[in-house]
Write a protein that binds this ligand. Structure first.
Ligand SMILES: Cc1cc2nc3c(=O)[nH]c(=O)nc-3n(C[C@H](O)[C@H](O)[C@H](O)COP(=O)(O)OP(=O)(O)OC[C@H]3O[C@@H](n4cnc5c(N)ncnc54)[C@H](O)[C@@H]3O)c2cc1C
Length: 407
């Protein structure tokens, strides 16, 4: 920076200071927005990179279903109707539900605002986004996993003629046929969990020639009909466990679905292959030495927390999630997380955990900010603080319908 030049963020035209900025308007950001409004706050904004609230859910594969009953996925402000409580709904319906939720509560959401970088400036955070600069006393990161797909690297993968995509970019079988230009494309799906299972099913039903590559044996969930019978009891037990053992943590990655999907693999209609060793021209060499030609590889290899925009603040080496205490970063006070694995309980990454964590976090933030205000009244304000524009914030974020308390 040349002498006399203003700091980079100050030179940008648009910039607004708010007590709370939430990054991500998925189920986590929407839940927190609802809870904050419920506590009477309107001085916050939820920023999202997408063009609609719940953007990631509008991008999911066409066949993707929620695995748990509807009542476990709906947010606290808009619970499931009794008749639908145990139905299993497609992702498309959840995306529509999220849009309904955000307009019902008139949440202060700014879409088309990808946060590219967050930095500290005195007591505040400065967020550089594609829709201008914001500053905040507290940042809640609710960017989830879906925006950061993980793809393993294999020798020869960058020079092969075989097309490759992550399951994040897979929509349906017709999309694959068009991409490859064949009516029966040869597709290898890499992975062994739910999205791998749903993808092989979709492709097989759509007429593709499908194989699945997995490093270790596939674990299958019980048949969906058995699960349906068990669900009501399981969630009662889980609720009990969260209260009984609040500090219990476990790795919980739901296994591949049983029923028709399991049958496809067990019967050999979808061929099972071991791990990939390397790509060679239009062929793939597997760990057992076998080679096979494919038109397309789809990586159903999971996601990592989408935290790239926080790289200046967070210590390196925590790609599965930063160290936190009570949802707050242990190294960056004032930076909170919602929607990541094991943040508060063993179900913090699932929708039923996110909605509970959001309620607890809203209360915590309310206390924190109220305490800060009291301290501010008793000490002269810091001139270095970024100018507060709460007047413009409150006129921009007017509340149309105050949410009813749901419990
Ligand atoms: C394929 C898949 C299926 C799942 N199915 C279930 C299920 O059935 N039941 C269940 O309980 N859980 C499920 N989960 C787990 C989890 O509950 C969901 O992913 C849920 O959507 C998480 O909500 P979220 O708000 O934390 O993240 P997301 O829904 O991913 O929302 C994050 C938001 O942040 C935005 N964003 C990301 N980066 C930025 C940035 N830099 N700047 C601004 N905005 C940004 C995105 O556009 C997005 O709108 C599933 C996860 C995946 C990946």
């Amino acid at each position: 920076m040349a002498p006399g030049e203003p700091p980079p963020f100050m030179s940008e035209a648009k910039h607004e200071h708010l007590p709370i900025v939430v990054v991500g308007a998925g189920p986590a950001g929407l839940s927190l927005g609802y809870e904050l409004k419920r506590l009477g706050r309107s001085d916050f904004v939820v920023l999202d990179a997408g063009d609609v609230p719940g953007f990631c859910w509008t991008e999911m594969p066409r066949s993707l279903k929620l695995l748990s009953p509807w009542k476990e996925n709906t947010l606290l402000g808009l619970p499931a109707r009794a008749l639908e409580a145990y139905s299993l709904k497609p992702a498309t319906e959840f995306a529509a539900y999220l849009a309904r939720f955000s307009s019902r509560y008139d949440l202060p959401i700014k879409t088309g605002a990808r946060v590219e970088r967050v930095e500290r400036a005195d007591e505040s955070f400065v967020l550089h986004t594609t829709a201008g600069t914001f500053s905040a006393d507290v940042v809640v990161n609710a960017t989830g996993y879906y925006a950061n797909p993980y793809t393993p690297s294999y020798p020869g993968a960058s020079s092969t003629s075989i097309r490759q995509m992550h399951v994040r970019d897979f929509y349906d079988a017709p999309q694959v046929k068009e991409l490859v230009g064949k009516s029966s494309p040869r597709v290898l799906v890499v992975g062994k969990r739910i999205s791998a299972g749903q993808t092989i099913f979709d492709l097989y039903e759509g007429g593709a020639d499908v194989a699945i590559s997995h490093r270790s044996p596939i674990e299958f969930a019980p048949h969906p009909l058995i699960l349906k019978g068990v669900f009501p009891f399981y969630y009662v037990w889980e609720n009990f466990r969260v209260r009984l053992q609040p500090f219990y943590r476990e790795d919980s990655y739901p296994p591949m679905e049983g029923g028709e999907i399991k049958e496809l693999i067990v019967s050999g209609r979808v061929r099972s292959r071991p791990d990939i060793t390397r790509f060679d021209g239009d062929e793939i060499v597997f760990a057992d030495g076998a080679r096979e030609a494919f038109d397309l590889v789809i990586y159903a290899t999971g996601f990592r927390p989408a935290l790239g925009h926080l790289s200046e603040l967070l210590p390196a080496g925590h790609e599965h999630g930063p160290p936190v205490h009570e949802m707050e970063s242990t190294s960056v006070p004032g930076l909170f997380f919602l929607g990541l694995d094991k943040l508060k309980t063993f179900r913090s990454r699932y929708l039923r955990g996110i909605r509970e964590d959001a309620r607890a976090l809203a209360v915590l933030l309310e206390r924190r900010l109220r305490g800060a205000k009291k301290r501010q009244r008793s000490t002269p304000p810091s001139i270095a603080n970024v100018a507060k524009t709460s007047e413009s914030a409150s006129s921009r974020l007017t509340t149309k319908n105050a949410p009813e308390a749901s419990s």
